[in-house]
Design a protein. Structure first.
Length: 192
């Protein structure tokens, strides 16, 4: 598989606050996409993911800022934010573990390039002692949880507009995986 420069496609970065922490996610628009349609398409695309997961997201969710960089350019300029999404879970109920755990939606292009989106501020309970809880194995299949199925459908709907690094459509697997983020775990251990 060929190596690609990070700027081989247009990119959109979204900075958001959820569960008391600030995170950034990025998506790629097709190579050659101009600013206005590219930034708008990416904002709509990412909003679809947040909206699909709203029933599990902390209620302090807010979009802070967004940036867009054109193909072959390393300068990001301010871009439109997605329309607001209201999380439905009280942020006060999030444990330190909940605030640093992300759900990863992964996929591949037909060319074989991998891609993923990591979403923070989603409350799952993978450490629960309740037998049969879908989160116990840190993998949630689309068939196990409607929110995850809806998120995957939303991500796959952007196929062709939103691409992998090889400029081909991403096709997402029918699951989300959970993981405590190592960077944030270190920060929690430091009391931050």
């Amino acid at each position: 598989m060929a190596d690609f420069a990070p700027n081989v496609t247009a990119r959109y970065k979204l900075h958001y606050n959820v569960a008391g922490r600030i995170h950034t996610m990025m998506c790629r628009a097709a190579r050659g996409t101009s600013f206005a349609p590219g930034a708008t398409q990416c904002a709509v695309y990412l909003r679809g993911l947040f909206q699909a997961m709203a029933g599990l997201l902390a209620d302090d969710l807010s979009f802070i800022s967004a940036e867009f960089a054109l193909t072959d350019v390393d300068i990001f300029v301010p871009a439109p934010l997605p329309a607001g999404v209201v999380g439905l879970v009280s942020a006060a109920t999030f444990s330190p573990q909940d605030t640093i755990t992300h759900a990863t939606f992964s996929g591949r292009t037909l060319g074989g390039s991998k891609g993923n989106v990591k979403l923070y501020g989603v409350q799952f309970s993978p450490d629960t002692t309740t037998s049969g809880t879908v989160e116990n194995d840190f993998v949630i299949n689309a068939s196990e949880l409607t929110s995850v199925a809806n998120a995957i459908t939303s991500l796959n709907t952007g196929s062709g507009i939103i691409v992998g690094i090889d400029n081909q459509a991403l096709i997402y697997h029918q699951r989300a995986t959970l993981k405590i983020n190592d960077f944030w775990l270190k920060r929690v251990r430091q009391g931050l």
